[in-house]
Design a protein around this ligand. Structure first.
Ligand code: MN
Length: 718
């Protein structure tokens, strides 16, 4: 069992006495709160935090990290609180221990889920400080070393979790030594037979291999000494899991794995160019295998790993893998971010956490300058320091990632549009939160829905994902459209009814389509919804049937009326108080078609002069009162006004002649006559030039006398 003195002994090499005192204090604290607790192995619980602290000391971590290792399970497993730790050990330690506690509360879902990038990202995001992650990895290493005390199914589960999450994380951070240990420890539980077989084979060839290793090393040393290059040569069997992976991936058996041993030349020099020099010497010594040279110095791995790799045909015609690197590169290769941490350590004051962040940022900037394409590593480091995403769980344990600031609304829409639309609230870690609640890393989110519930515009303020925002907008637009259709139809029905028309018959006959282009719409629904949204007035549509192209009157008649009007020089109408109307543009309204005798008013139009309406015209009643002016008739004998009359009568021979002769008897000109017969009924349309209302009434009365006439009326278009 590791003792505190072992830790202090190692730490005193690089830490000041006051740090050692704090470590001692943390040890006593941890011992007292964990007192009486026992591990599955039967050992006192304290052995675990001690081992974790020991691993961190071997990595030469700072005091706060080692202390956090000693205290990492105190909040979860004892009555200790973060506040208490802060009082005893300061903010920095409390922050790390608090972060570790949060991380330990995460439980992982299915294997598939665990293998997803999201999980690793989540852990990175939750490790607001890289040291949290390092303690977590040390914790996992010790748990893996003592995994045999767990029941079998638990062992496999934990081993899988380790290989799926923690080994890749260690790799991501460049901590190769941790990655290899985690992989090999997991390997023996995940595939025990393969592990046994492989380790037996390696052990069997142990002695021969040692001899061989020594021989290769000696050749390299001798060669490099010629050039007085100072270095250390290592020859080590590759870790089992990497051999196992290679055999599986390349479908080869053990005997076919040539490079069981990797040789490393670690140069005393810090010069990159020395590595290339050594490479050329090695290649001069043994023939390189084509395509096996990798320059990780010029092109570092995503985790900042740097080295030259080459495979050569060795002294016995076998393949030998040789890695060449400087001391500094080697340190990074073994310890990754932990090594980097330590380089800067002398300068860092961890007590100031803000400065700490700046410090780390600066380090990252430095790495960025040194490394050409370290995108992945940087992205993740950045994520760890300044998390821009939050990772939360579904009730089933799946992880979902969202941009920072995401709310349950975003979460709901990420599940399904219907879940989003019907979302009325959410539970976060089992307690109800409002929809505007901002999700935090590691929380479990459950959406509460209610059938028939729907989104509101307010939601747009709380949603941050484009998916949620577009779905909410969609819904609102659809809803507005639905409402506008109902409202639009209602408005149109009423407006048509006011004119004694039926909107539905215009729809049925298809005549409504005549206004489409005028209203810039393509479909009936569009037209109706435009009316509902208030963009087109219902009246305008009705008007276009009344005044524009009256449906019930054949087109030529309207043209005639227009022509007659244009021909008439004097309109016979004066403005009140203004008899000389020569300069005033005057028009008769086509809706009511006034003739002398009708009571009239003028409407000052925009661009069409004064439009004269009858006072009983429904349109003028609705027009802007400010624009209505008094007008009066100022008729001369010779003035005539076209009037459209419509006669319905029996379909007998000579109808047109008889009616015409009656009209002519009043010395009235007929400018248009037309007859149309449907089902034994004749519809006659006449345009006659009338002088006064009185004259019109006389002629209408006379026609009404004809026995075959069923009805006669002066047609007006309102
Ligand atoms: Mn632990």
């Amino acid at each position: 069992m590791l003792r505190i003195n072992d830790i202090i002994d190692k730490a005193q090499i690089y830490l000041p006495p006051e740090d050692l005192e704090m470590i001692q204090k943390a040890y006593i604290y941890s011992a007292s709160v964990h007192q009486g607790q026992v591990r599955l192995s039967g050992e006192p619980y304290l052995t675990h935090p001690m081992e974790v602290a020991g691993i961190l000391t071997n990595m030469k971590m700072d005091a706060a990290t080692i202390i956090s290792g000693l205290l990492h399970d105190t909040i979860e497993d004892t009555l200790t609180t973060v506040e208490h730790i802060e009082n005893e050990f300061g903010k920095d330690v409390a922050f790390l221990v608090g972060g570790l506690t949060k991380l330990s509360r995460i439980s992982f879902g299915s294997q598939e889920e665990r293998q997803s990038e999201n999980f690793r990202k989540m852990i990175l995001a939750m490790s607001a400080d890289i040291r949290i992650l390092l303690v977590r990895l040390a914790d996992r290493i010790h748990n893996m070393r003592t995994l045999q005390y767990h029941p079998k199914d638990k062992r496999i589960y934990i081993a899988r979790e380790t290989i799926d999450i923690y080994a890749p994380l260690a790799n991501r951070l460049g901590i190769n030594s941790m990655r290899m240990e985690l992989e090999d420890l997991s390997f023996q539980y995940i595939a025990p037979e393969a592990y046994q077989e492989l380790s037996a084979k390696i052990a069997k060839s142990d002695e021969a291999r040692n001899r061989y290793t020594e021989e290769v090393k000696r050749i390299i040393y001798t060669e490099l000494e010629k050039y007085s290059i100072k270095c250390k040569v290592e020859g080590r069997a590759k870790h089992l899991y990497s051999i196992y992976k290679k055999m599986r991936e390349q479908h080869i058996n053990f005997d076919e794995v040539y490079d069981l041993i990797a040789f490393r030349v670690i140069l005393d020099s810090d010069q990159e160019k020395s590595c290339y020099e050594v490479l050329s010497m090695v290649h001069a010594l043994w023939k390189p295998v084509p395509g096996r040279f990798k320059d990780y110095i010029a092109m570092p791995k995503a985790n900042y790993y740097q080295s030259l790799h080459t495979t050569v045909i060795g002294p016995y015609g076998e393949r030998v893998e040789i890695q060449i690197r400087t001391k500094k590169m080697h340190e990074w290769a073994e310890k990754g971010i932990a090594a980097h941490w330590r380089y800067k350590e002398g300068l860092v004051d961890y007590k100031n956490s803000e400065e700490n962040q700046i410090k780390k940022l600066r380090e990252i900037m430095e790495i960025q300058n040194e490394v050409k394409d370290p995108k992945e590593f940087m992205t993740n480091l950045k994520l760890a320091l300044f998390p821009e995403e939050v990772y939360v769980f579904t009730p089933d344990g799946d992880v979902k990632s969202f941009p920072k600031g995401a709310t349950p609304i975003d979460f709901a829409y990420s599940i399904h549009t219907d879940v989003g639309n019907q979302c009325i609230g959410a539970k976060v870690n089992k307690s109800i939160v409002p929809l505007k609640y901002k999700l935090q890393n590691g929380e479990t989110v459950e959406i509460i829905t209610q059938a028939g519930h729907h989104p509101s515009k307010d939601w747009l303020k709380n949603a941050v994902t484009t998916r949620a925002i577009s779905k909410i907008r969609n819904w609102i637009n659809l809803e507005e459209k639905k409402n506008s259709l109902v409202l639009g139809r209602d408005l149109l029905d009423k407006e048509f009814k006011r004119q004694n028309l039926k909107f539905s018959s215009y729809v049925k006959s298809g005549e409504i389509q005549k206004v489409f282009s005028d209203c810039s719409v393509n479909t009936l629904d569009e037209l109706i919804s435009q009316v509902g949204l208030g963009r087109i007035s219902a009246r305008r549509i009705v008007n276009s049937f009344l005044a524009g192209e009256p449906v019930s009157i054949p087109e030529p008649i309207i043209d005639k009326i227009k022509k007659r009007r244009a021909a008439s020089q004097s309109m016979g109408v004066s403005l009140v108080g203004l008899d000389d109307m020569d300069d005033v543009l005057l028009n008769f309204a086509r809706c009511c078609n006034p003739i002398p005798g009708d009571e009239i008013s003028g409407y000052i139009s925009r661009g069409r002069g004064i439009i004269v309406h009858t006072n009983n015209c429904p349109y003028i009643k609705k027009m802007d009162k400010e624009r209505i002016v008094g007008v009066h008739w100022n008729v001369r004998e010779e003035n005539t006004y076209p009037v459209h009359i419509k006669i319905i009568c029996d379909d007998i021979k000579g109808v047109l002649t008889e009616v015409s002769s009656v009209i002519s008897s009043f010395d009235i000109n007929i400018s248009y006559a037309q007859i149309e017969t449907i089902d034994m009924v004749a519809n006659c349309n006449f345009i006659i030039d009338i002088n006064t209302l009185n004259q019109l009434n006389q002629v209408l009365a006379a026609i009404r006398q004809l026995k075959f006439v069923k009805s006669i009326e002066r047609l007006r278009h309102f």
